[in-house]
Every structure is written in C-alpha cells, then in structure tokens.
Design a protein around this ligand. Sequence first.
Ligand code: NAD
Length: 445
Amino acid sequence: MTPPADSPSVPSNVVPPAPGSSRTIIVKEYDFFKVVQDYLERASRTLDLADFVRAILSQPKNELIINFPVKMDNGEVRLFKGYRVQHNNLLGPFKGGMRYHPSVTLDDVKALAAMMTWKCALMRVPFGGGKGGIKFDPHSVTKNELQKITRRFTHALGENIGPEYDIPAPDVGTNSQTMAWMMDTYSNMVGAANKQSVKGVVTGKPVASGGTLGRAKATGQGAVFCVIEWAKEKGFELEGSTMTVQGFGNVGSHLAVILSRLGVSTIAVGDHTGYLLNPEGFNAHKLQDWVETHGSIAGYPGGKAITREEFFKTKADIFAPCALENQIGETEAKNLDCKVIVEGANGPTNPAGERILLERGIDIIPDVLANSGGVTVSYYEWVQNKRSESWTEEEVDAKLEKAMTRAYREVADFARQHKVDRRIGAYGLALQRIEAVYKEREIFP
Ligand code: NAD
C-alpha cells in the first residue's frame, strides 16, 4: 500500500500516485553516483593515486539494463526493468547485492557497485564490485509473482552471472528466499552435470540450500564489531547506552538484537511506514519477529508514533541508519543528538550532512567499513560451497570478528596517518590495495 503523501515517513522526493493510478513517482534530486565519484576523487588526491587507476575506477566496467516481461497472477503481462552493474573485477569475481525497490536507478546501482569494489579491497576479500536490482515495489506483488520476476530476471541475466564471474546477494527488498530462486534458476540453466558446482552463483542463500550459518545476521554483526571497537577506542561503556535505528530490515534488526545483548537499548526505530519511540527501550527480538510477520514496524504495540523529524531529534548515544542512501542531510545532521553514527546502510549520509556532523564532532563509522560484514560472510559462504563444507556459526563469527576488528583498526590508523576523516581513510586504504595490483599487472594489451 502506498503511504499517504503527507505521512511523516514519506521523503520529499516522492510524488504520490495520480488519482486512479497505483504508481508512485520518485523524483531523483540526489546523484548518488556523483557523490561516490567525488569521494574517489578526494581519496585519490590524498594518496596521489596513479591517474590511470583513478580513471579506470571512476566508471564501471559493464552496465546491463534488461527489460523483461512477466505474466502476473491476473493474466496481465507487465514489463520490468532490471539492472546489473559490474564495476571492477581486478581482485576477483564481481560481487554485490540485488535490490528490489521502486527508486532503483542505473546511477544508484553504479554507485553501490563501486562501493562494493572498495569494500572487498578493504576487507581483503578476493572479490570485485557489482550490484543490481529491479525497479519495482516487492510489497506490491504476490509471492508467486515475486518468484516469477526473480526467475525471469535471472534467466535473462544468463551468463552475465556465475560463481566465478559475478555473484549476487540480498539487498533492500530481497532475502534468502530470493537467492534460493536465483540459484535454482541458474542451476537449471547449466545442465545436470554442473548443478552441484554452481551453488556459489549467489550468496545469502538459505542454509539448507547451501547458505552459511551466520550470513543472515552478518551485516548487523559486522557493524556491531565496529561499534565495540569504537567504544574501546573512546573508552565508552556500551552497557546501559541507547540507540536509534532507521530501517528495521535485515541489517537494522540484527544490529539492534545483537547490541541489545550488550546492554544497548533501542529507544526509537523507523522504516518506510513511519517512526516509533519507546524511551524504556524496545524488545528488539519481539520487534524483529513482528517485522518478519507483518512486513514493517507499523502497528507494533510497544511504541508511540513520532514524526521523522522527532526521530532525528531523539537523543541517543548511537544512531544506526540502516535503510537507504541520502537520509542524513543538513537538517538531520543539525538535529541528530548522538555520539556516533554507524552506517549500516550504504550512503545514508550525504556530503552536506557529513560536513556538519564532522564539524559537530560526531563520529562516523563509514558504510564501506561498517556494513562490510555482509560481503565478508558471503565470501565465507562461497568458500564453503567450493569446498563442500559447512562451518559452525562460532567459526563464522570468530573469522568475521577478526576481519572486522582488523579493518576497523587499519582504517583508524590510515586516517590518522593521512590526516583525513574515516570515510576517506576507508576509501584510501581500499584504493591503495587496488592500485598496487594494477601497477603489478598493468594494462592489457
Ligand atoms: P531490507 O529490505 O531488509 O530493509 C530495509 C529497511 O529500510 C526496511 O525496514 C524498510 O522499511 C526501510 N526503508 C525503506 N525505505 C525507507 C524510507 N524511505 N524511510 C525509512 N526507512 C525505509 O534491506 P537491508 O538488507 O537491511 O538493507 C538496508 C541497507 O543496508 C541498504 O542500504 C543496503 O544496501 C545495506 N546493506 C545491506 C547488506 C545486507 O547484507 N543485506 C549488506 C551491506 C549493506
């Protein structure tokens, strides 16, 4: 259902549907790809990165747009627009999520694909960067239609994905079920003899279908390891502290649940349906179950409805944006009353907002670092698929903790040495690693 135009949860760039139409128009006024290119530019200057490396990384290698038809439950044929952007595969196969959302655009997917390249290099994961998606609202179709859309898109992608070439994963609007359908479709395209060897074509699968334990919570868990490191660095006591969370899907809900075990209480939450406050702290587990059953936080009995503005003004120690890009602009940055922002989402802070946050001395654990637990555990899943192994959740968690802690400290040291903020530090470190390989391999022919 489309929220009413005057709903506090509706961003200003959303135009309500015309009378008689169910289509919501989202007017783009934010160039996410340009923002990522600017960060690349700034980090390259700081590092004196070779011009040819900066030039190559400033654009994706391949951009795919696929318009494909699907017969809906009522017999009508609807045309969908799907994207797959392959940014860079110097360090390994293209890797990145598939997003189902009405606001998906080619430029956003390009931005997200580039960020995957930096993330994998930063985490020393032998993958490159990719991203994809379909422009539609997955809440507006039936489960049967969702399956048909996913399978048709996977089929249309054909050999443009593959376990050694380009490996999708879940993102906004997709989940382990989506990945099971993608894997099954792909495995039916490669012939009976290869069915078993292509499980690694996607990650984030259900465990019984070849997924890994610990993947569902991995992005939230990785962000928690960053928060723990930040708290150690600052001498901050997590037990008894407070947090607000925007986006209570995969990333946000796991982050809240895991931090609640460390005594961090989530006092305000928000999603595409609105915002809720509970000064006593939500039961993160119960709220996660509610969202799983009902699809959003709407109607959850344990909180008072507040506006988006009130949400951003709520005083808490930690703010975790875990929804979409471009959520913290100038206004939000001025209103936020917190010590640290842990970017579970990709690109939640826009450059104007970031400038204000930095001036105000609010710490930012940047997306490229904070949410890289997802791709790191995706790599563990891919390795297990290759070796026909199943690791325990403890093994996965221990490896992830080591990887996140190391990356957090490396970014902190790099930023200190180069006198830059941590976002540029994270970009810089990743770019330096990519540059080293380009300098060794040089350009073909
Ligand atoms: P999800 O679909 O599970 O959850 C998205 C959440 O954002 C939902 O609660 C939704 O209601 C909320 N949301 C959507 N539009 C909103 C709006 N306009 N205002 C407020 N809330 C809104 O997706 P997810 O996988 O949790 O991804 C969230 C973010 O984390 C994205 O930026 C994604 O790219 C990033 N991320 C995800 C992973 C992963 O493993 N899933 C890994 C790295 C980064």
